[in-house]
Design a protein around this ligand. Sequence first.
Ligand code: SAM
Length: 290
Amino acid sequence: TQADVATPKRTRDIIAKYGFSFKKSLGQNFLIDQNILRNIVDAAELDKTKGALEIGPGIGALTQRLSETAGRVTAVEIDQRLIPILQDVFAETDNVHIEHGDVLKLELRELMERQFAGLAGVSVVANLPYYVTTPILMKLLEEKLPLENIVVMIQKEVAERMAAKPGGKEYGSLSVAVQYYCVPELVCVVPHTVFIPQPNVDSAVIKLTLRDKPPVEVANEDHFFRTVQASFAQRRKTIANNLSAFIGKANRDKVVPLLEGCGIDPSRRGETLSIAEFAVISDALQQAGF
Ligand code: SAM
């Protein structure tokens, strides 16, 4: 077996050997702690019958642990400068595939079909670039990729919003969107000190287990998500006010009776509504022609 990539010394050696310089704009903070890596990989519940899709391998800290645990690893890296480094680091490792590209632009379903054919399940496992965490996760979920779970290191505040329950200030459209597709679970909080360079935000590992089917049935998913967005448009306003803006001024007077018809107090705020309540409201709005 190969020396660990994720140690301060080996990471500095690799960086020096290839003359690599970090790009802040690409969210490059490399992991240098074996315990955190173990926590991430353990949470994904991988084995040799499973595949791991990694987003942003950097110099391969997590990729290396994944290759030991999963049957096959495909790692998508946007930074061309890292591709030859990764190819070198994994020259002797036959179950790692490095894909150069922007994960937001790649045909992921097709990539997964090509790379993970015959495997029993696939997880996304990543230390995500923080500047694009939400777009990346929403892409994975909205495309309904055949994933078992997603275990990612993200900004702590974002992890808390994803896992938030109704009633608190962290709860918002991101919580609803994530929980519509997944069951979230906070795996651990991670100190700054386990990265080179150290980020200036707190980090956490979150596990999202994909649901077989959504927790509620909605007539139209797109409308449901637009209703949720609209309900949080101005957090201090009531649901009646936010929805009035959503369906247009001319129809203002229809909102209160519609909400009452759903058994929902129009003076409540979006942050108190459950996914099931949003579903009822969305269906009623649709049925009323909005
Ligand atoms: N996995 C490595 C680790 O844990 O040490 C690196 C993690 S670093 C936080 C994020 C990585 O994502 C960087 O290598 C960066 O170049 C890459 N990246 C940033 N934006 C990306 C994108 N849109 N698509 C693919 N990779 C991206």
